[in-house]
Design a binder for this molecule. Structure first.
Ligand code: ACM
Length: 262
Protein backbone atom coordinates (compact mmCIF):
# COMPACT_ATOMS: atom_id res chain seq x y z
CA UNK A 1 0.00 0.00 0.00
CA UNK A 2 1.30 3.48 -0.89
CA UNK A 3 0.81 5.96 1.91
CA UNK A 4 2.05 9.47 2.46
CA UNK A 5 1.60 12.96 3.79
CA UNK A 6 1.83 16.55 2.68
CA UNK A 7 3.74 18.82 5.06
CA UNK A 8 2.13 22.17 4.31
CA UNK A 9 2.33 25.88 5.14
CA UNK A 10 -1.24 27.23 5.26
CA UNK A 11 -2.03 30.90 4.76
CA UNK A 12 -3.97 32.00 7.81
CA UNK A 13 -7.72 32.46 7.24
CA UNK A 14 -7.49 32.08 3.45
CA UNK A 15 -9.39 28.87 2.82
CA UNK A 16 -9.76 29.45 -0.93
CA UNK A 17 -6.06 29.92 -1.44
CA UNK A 18 -5.13 26.97 0.78
CA UNK A 19 -7.51 24.67 -1.11
CA UNK A 20 -6.12 25.78 -4.49
CA UNK A 21 -2.57 25.16 -3.32
CA UNK A 22 -3.50 21.70 -2.01
CA UNK A 23 -5.21 20.82 -5.28
CA UNK A 24 -2.08 21.85 -7.20
CA UNK A 25 0.30 20.01 -4.87
CA UNK A 26 -1.72 16.79 -4.97
CA UNK A 27 -2.51 16.90 -8.68
CA UNK A 28 0.05 14.24 -9.58
CA UNK A 29 0.49 12.23 -6.41
CA UNK A 30 0.23 8.47 -6.75
CA UNK A 31 -0.86 6.95 -3.44
CA UNK A 32 -3.64 4.96 -1.77
CA UNK A 33 -3.77 7.14 1.33
CA UNK A 34 -2.58 10.69 1.94
CA UNK A 35 -2.64 12.64 5.21
CA UNK A 36 -2.80 16.45 5.50
CA UNK A 37 -2.08 18.46 8.67
CA UNK A 38 -4.51 19.48 11.40
CA UNK A 39 -6.49 22.66 10.46
CA UNK A 40 -4.74 22.62 7.08
CA UNK A 41 -7.25 24.94 5.42
CA UNK A 42 -7.47 27.74 8.03
CA UNK A 43 -4.20 27.97 9.94
CA UNK A 44 -4.09 27.83 13.71
CA UNK A 45 -3.69 30.96 15.81
CA UNK A 46 -7.29 32.21 15.96
CA UNK A 47 -7.95 35.51 17.70
CA UNK A 48 -10.85 33.83 19.48
CA UNK A 49 -13.92 31.65 19.13
CA UNK A 50 -15.73 34.30 17.11
CA UNK A 51 -13.10 34.31 14.37
CA UNK A 52 -12.88 30.52 14.46
CA UNK A 53 -16.67 30.27 13.98
CA UNK A 54 -16.37 32.38 10.80
CA UNK A 55 -13.74 30.00 9.41
CA UNK A 56 -15.28 26.71 10.57
CA UNK A 57 -17.28 24.68 8.06
CA UNK A 58 -20.07 22.17 8.14
CA UNK A 59 -19.23 18.60 7.25
CA UNK A 60 -20.11 17.36 4.63
CA UNK A 61 -21.71 20.51 3.18
CA UNK A 62 -18.74 22.89 3.47
CA UNK A 63 -16.40 23.94 0.68
CA UNK A 64 -13.38 22.06 2.06
CA UNK A 65 -15.18 18.71 2.21
CA UNK A 66 -16.43 19.22 -1.36
CA UNK A 67 -12.92 19.96 -2.64
CA UNK A 68 -11.39 17.00 -0.78
CA UNK A 69 -14.08 14.65 -2.10
CA UNK A 70 -13.39 15.74 -5.65
CA UNK A 71 -9.62 15.42 -5.19
CA UNK A 72 -10.03 11.96 -3.65
CA UNK A 73 -12.20 10.81 -6.57
CA UNK A 74 -9.80 12.21 -9.17
CA UNK A 75 -6.64 10.81 -7.59
CA UNK A 76 -8.36 7.52 -6.56
CA UNK A 77 -6.88 7.84 -3.08
CA UNK A 78 -8.23 8.27 0.43
CA UNK A 79 -7.45 11.62 2.06
CA UNK A 80 -7.35 12.36 5.78
CA UNK A 81 -7.37 16.07 6.61
CA UNK A 82 -7.83 18.28 9.66
CA UNK A 83 -10.43 21.06 9.51
CA UNK A 84 -12.42 23.24 11.91
CA UNK A 85 -15.97 21.88 11.97
CA UNK A 86 -19.08 23.85 12.80
CA UNK A 87 -22.09 21.85 14.01
CA UNK A 88 -24.95 24.06 15.27
CA UNK A 89 -23.49 25.99 18.22
CA UNK A 90 -20.46 23.68 18.59
CA UNK A 91 -17.05 23.95 16.97
CA UNK A 92 -14.80 20.90 16.78
CA UNK A 93 -11.18 20.39 15.79
CA UNK A 94 -12.00 17.57 13.36
CA UNK A 95 -10.49 15.29 10.76
CA UNK A 96 -12.33 13.87 7.83
CA UNK A 97 -11.47 10.61 6.14
CA UNK A 98 -12.62 10.84 2.54
CA UNK A 99 -12.76 7.77 0.28
CA UNK A 100 -12.63 7.97 -3.53
CA UNK A 101 -16.18 6.58 -3.71
CA UNK A 102 -17.42 9.55 -1.67
CA UNK A 103 -17.82 7.94 1.79
CA UNK A 104 -16.79 10.20 4.66
CA UNK A 105 -15.79 9.35 8.23
CA UNK A 106 -15.50 12.03 10.88
CA UNK A 107 -13.24 12.23 13.93
CA UNK A 108 -13.39 15.08 16.47
CA UNK A 109 -10.22 15.70 18.51
CA UNK A 110 -10.71 14.27 21.99
CA UNK A 111 -7.78 15.97 23.72
CA UNK A 112 -7.58 19.70 23.04
CA UNK A 113 -4.17 21.33 23.48
CA UNK A 114 -3.56 24.49 25.51
CA UNK A 115 -5.40 27.53 24.02
CA UNK A 116 -7.56 25.21 21.88
CA UNK A 117 -9.62 24.71 25.05
CA UNK A 118 -10.74 28.34 24.69
CA UNK A 119 -11.68 27.95 21.04
CA UNK A 120 -13.06 24.46 20.46
CA UNK A 121 -15.50 22.01 22.00
CA UNK A 122 -13.92 18.67 22.95
CA UNK A 123 -14.69 15.76 20.63
CA UNK A 124 -17.75 13.63 21.37
CA UNK A 125 -17.43 10.73 18.94
CA UNK A 126 -16.20 7.22 19.70
CA UNK A 127 -12.91 6.09 18.19
CA UNK A 128 -13.45 4.21 14.98
CA UNK A 129 -11.47 2.05 12.56
CA UNK A 130 -12.10 2.35 8.84
CA UNK A 131 -11.44 -0.36 6.25
CA UNK A 132 -9.83 0.90 3.07
CA UNK A 133 -8.25 -1.33 0.42
CA UNK A 134 -5.83 -3.68 2.22
CA UNK A 135 -5.79 -1.78 5.51
CA UNK A 136 -7.68 -0.97 8.67
CA UNK A 137 -7.09 2.67 9.51
CA UNK A 138 -7.61 4.80 12.60
CA UNK A 139 -7.45 8.57 12.99
CA UNK A 140 -6.28 10.73 15.89
CA UNK A 141 -5.31 14.41 15.98
CA UNK A 142 -2.15 15.99 17.34
CA UNK A 143 -2.18 16.14 21.16
CA UNK A 144 -4.07 12.84 21.29
CA UNK A 145 -0.54 11.40 21.04
CA UNK A 146 0.23 12.10 24.69
CA UNK A 147 -2.61 9.85 25.84
CA UNK A 148 -1.38 6.37 24.87
CA UNK A 149 -4.94 5.15 25.41
CA UNK A 150 -5.92 6.59 22.03
CA UNK A 151 -3.40 4.67 19.91
CA UNK A 152 -3.92 1.55 22.03
CA UNK A 153 -7.71 1.75 21.70
CA UNK A 154 -7.42 2.15 17.94
CA UNK A 155 -5.06 -0.85 17.87
CA UNK A 156 -7.49 -2.96 19.90
CA UNK A 157 -10.21 -1.96 17.44
CA UNK A 158 -7.98 -3.38 14.69
CA UNK A 159 -6.12 -0.34 13.32
CA UNK A 160 -2.98 -1.20 11.36
CA UNK A 161 -2.23 2.39 10.36
CA UNK A 162 -2.94 5.51 12.42
CA UNK A 163 -3.34 8.73 10.45
CA UNK A 164 -2.27 11.67 12.59
CA UNK A 165 -2.85 15.21 11.35
CA UNK A 166 -0.93 17.61 13.62
CA UNK A 167 0.05 21.24 14.24
CA UNK A 168 3.01 20.59 16.51
CA UNK A 169 4.78 23.39 18.33
CA UNK A 170 6.91 21.29 20.71
CA UNK A 171 9.53 18.65 19.92
CA UNK A 172 8.28 15.62 21.88
CA UNK A 173 5.70 14.11 19.57
CA UNK A 174 7.82 12.80 16.72
CA UNK A 175 9.96 10.58 18.93
CA UNK A 176 6.96 9.55 21.04
CA UNK A 177 5.19 8.31 17.94
CA UNK A 178 8.04 5.81 17.43
CA UNK A 179 7.00 4.34 20.76
CA UNK A 180 3.25 4.46 19.93
CA UNK A 181 4.17 2.44 16.82
CA UNK A 182 6.39 -0.04 18.62
CA UNK A 183 4.15 -0.70 21.63
CA UNK A 184 1.14 -1.28 19.36
CA UNK A 185 2.89 -2.87 16.37
CA UNK A 186 1.34 -0.41 13.90
CA UNK A 187 2.26 2.15 11.25
CA UNK A 188 1.67 5.83 11.98
CA UNK A 189 1.55 8.80 9.60
CA UNK A 190 2.09 12.14 11.33
CA UNK A 191 1.43 15.09 8.98
CA UNK A 192 2.65 18.36 10.47
CA UNK A 193 2.66 21.93 9.14
CA UNK A 194 5.46 24.47 9.03
CA UNK A 195 5.68 28.23 9.42
CA UNK A 196 5.17 30.85 12.11
CA UNK A 197 1.94 32.60 13.08
CA UNK A 198 1.91 35.87 14.95
CA UNK A 199 -1.29 37.53 16.14
CA UNK A 200 -2.37 39.77 19.03
CA UNK A 201 1.02 39.63 20.70
CA UNK A 202 1.30 35.83 20.44
CA UNK A 203 3.75 34.01 18.22
CA UNK A 204 4.09 30.30 17.52
CA UNK A 205 6.34 28.30 15.23
CA UNK A 206 5.38 24.86 13.97
CA UNK A 207 7.99 22.14 14.01
CA UNK A 208 7.60 20.25 10.69
CA UNK A 209 9.42 16.89 10.69
CA UNK A 210 6.37 15.00 9.51
CA UNK A 211 7.00 11.28 9.47
CA UNK A 212 5.86 7.74 8.84
CA UNK A 213 6.80 5.11 11.44
CA UNK A 214 6.78 1.32 11.21
CA UNK A 215 5.51 -1.42 13.57
CA UNK A 216 9.12 -1.99 14.62
CA UNK A 217 9.31 1.58 15.91
CA UNK A 218 11.48 2.80 13.06
CA UNK A 219 11.29 5.86 10.83
CA UNK A 220 10.16 5.03 7.32
CA UNK A 221 10.26 8.64 6.09
CA UNK A 222 10.88 11.97 7.78
CA UNK A 223 10.60 15.54 6.45
CA UNK A 224 12.73 18.57 7.27
CA UNK A 225 11.75 21.12 9.91
CA UNK A 226 10.91 24.07 7.69
CA UNK A 227 10.11 23.02 4.12
CA UNK A 228 6.85 22.00 2.52
CA UNK A 229 7.18 18.40 1.41
CA UNK A 230 5.17 15.59 -0.08
CA UNK A 231 6.37 12.12 0.88
CA UNK A 232 5.01 8.76 -0.19
CA UNK A 233 6.23 5.31 0.86
CA UNK A 234 5.28 1.72 0.08
CA UNK A 235 4.44 -0.14 3.24
CA UNK A 236 3.50 -3.75 3.86
CA UNK A 237 0.40 -3.53 6.04
CA UNK A 238 0.75 -7.21 6.98
CA UNK A 239 3.68 -6.24 9.22
CA UNK A 240 1.13 -4.61 11.52
CA UNK A 241 -0.78 -7.87 11.94
CA UNK A 242 2.08 -9.71 13.63
CA UNK A 243 1.93 -8.67 17.28
CA UNK A 244 4.74 -10.95 18.47
CA UNK A 245 7.51 -8.73 19.87
CA UNK A 246 9.60 -11.87 20.37
CA UNK A 247 8.41 -15.44 19.74
CA UNK A 248 7.46 -15.48 23.44
CA UNK A 249 5.95 -11.99 23.79
CA UNK A 250 2.65 -10.85 22.29
CA UNK A 251 1.86 -7.14 22.51
CA UNK A 252 -1.87 -7.63 22.91
CA UNK A 253 -2.42 -11.07 24.44
CA UNK A 254 0.31 -10.72 27.09
CA UNK A 255 -1.32 -7.74 28.77
CA UNK A 256 -2.06 -8.59 32.43
CA UNK A 257 -5.36 -6.83 32.46
CA UNK A 258 -6.59 -8.08 35.82
CA UNK A 259 -3.66 -6.26 37.45
CA UNK A 260 -4.18 -2.96 35.66
CA UNK A 261 -7.32 -2.01 37.64
CA UNK A 262 -7.03 1.19 39.63
C1 ACM B 1 -1.70 20.22 19.19
O1 ACM B 1 -2.48 19.42 19.67
N1 ACM B 1 -2.04 21.01 18.16
C2 ACM B 1 -0.34 20.37 19.73
Amino acid sequence: MRVGFLQFHPIFADIGQNLSRIEAKLSKVDADLLVLPELFNTGYLFSGRKQLRQLAEEIPDGQTTRVLKSLSRKRKMAIVAGIAEKDKDKIYNSSIFVKPGGDIHLYRKLHLFDREKRWFDAGNLKLEVISFRAAKIGVMICFDWIFPEVARSLTLLGAEIICHPVNLVLHYCQRSMLTRSLENGIFTITANRIGTEQRNGERITFTGRSQITSPKGELVVSSPRNKESLEVADINVKEARDKFFTPANHLIKDRRRTFYRL
